[in-house]
Design a binder for this molecule. Structure first.
Ligand code: CP
Length: 310
């Protein structure tokens, strides 16, 4: 069986192009499984997975849980809000206590950048990063590129504009790594205050005009403004932001081509994207969510294969 070059999924930065292609090939088989009347395979019957969420989540949490159930893994769910973390227990102590109950893999979302890597160096379990602060959200980027491949036939050679709050977005950084490894051209677009200075060092184009960005791209990935991570004001008001950077149906109709519109969710309708765009045939937002289950099944399956009990 083909194997990943990494022991944990910490970020796309650590993956090779071959790793990503292996995940996609494996996800193709699982996508077929989850569209069958019986959506389950017995592959991970002897694997136990803990889902540790120290930050809010709807899509990622449900998607991982479904992926694990479809693979027949045993799962335990942990939410920081109702745990002994509130009583002062450290992350490593919390996880080691969970692991002593014979857990093989930990899927973790945490507000601190680097938390998944920190954990992978200190505990004896496979670690899957489900989003670490403003750093990386690797499975989101994998499902995003998988969805582009599904809609456009390939990622290689495509032009992708990532629009919005790049500064606070783990989705943006993971997408940049993933798209570039697969041979896409990447542009980031947003107000100067929300584009980090190091972007040009990553080899991406920088654009501050949304109309120009959508004229350039084949795919526009519209990101949410992360107000919860903004400690100062980066733009005058949400209304002003949406006037400059909100994607509307009129803008899409003004193009002499049809671009694909993506959004990782949760959507703020009327801010970064209007309702008619979000609900249009050009938007593949719900396809992204559907593909997330197959992609996460692939990641978990491939990491579990390294445990050697399958
Ligand atoms: N896309 C994403 O990570 O959504 P959630 O925060 O709901 O998991």
């Amino acid at each position: 069986m083909d194997r990943l070059s990494v022991d944990h999924l910490i970020g796309i930065e650590n993956l090779t192009r071959e790793d990503i292609q292996l995940i996609f090939k494996t996800a193709d088989s699982f996508k077929e499984v989850i569209n069958r009347p019986i959506k389950k395979v017995p592959s991970l019957r002897d694997i136990t997975i803990a889902n540790l969420f120290f930050e809010n989540s709807t899509r990622t949490r449900l998607s991982f849980e479904l992926a694990e159930k479809r693979l027949s893994a045993d799962i335990v769910n942990f939410s920081a809000a109702s745990s002994s973390v509130k009583k002062g227990e450290t992350l490593v102590d919390t996880v080691n206590n969970i692991l002593s109950m014979k857990v093989d893999m930990v899927v973790m979302r945490h507000p601190n950048p680097g938390a998944a890597k920190f954990l992978s160096e200190r505990v004896d379990a496979k670690i899957v990063n489900a989003g670490d602060g403003t750093h990386e959200h690797p499975t989101q980027a994998l499902l995003d590129s998988y969805s582009i491949r599904e809609r456009l036939g390939a990622v290689e050679g495509k032009k992708v504009a990532i629009v919005g709050d790049i500064l606070h977005s783990r989705v943006a950084l993971s997408n940049i790594y993933c798209l570039q490894k697969l041979g896409a051209e990447v542009m980031v677009c947003g107000p100067t205050t929300l584009i980090p200075r190091y972007m040009d060092q990553l080899g991406v184009k920088v654009e501050h005009n949304l109309q120009k960005a959508i004229e350039w791209c084949d795919v526009a990935n519209m990101l949410r403004i992360q107000l919860e991570r903004q400690d100062i004001k980066y733009f005058p008001s949400l209304r002003e932001y949406s006037m400059q950077y909100g994607l509307t149906l009129d803008m899409l109709k003004s193009l002499d081509k049809e671009i694909v519109v993506m959004h990782p969710g949760p959507i703020n309708r009327g801010v970064e994207i209007t309702s008619d765009v979000a609900d249009s045939d050009q938007a593949i937002i719900l396809d992204q969510v559907e593909n997330g289950v197959a992609v996460r099944m692939a990641v978990i399956y491939l990491l579990a294969a390294q445990i050697g009990r399958q």
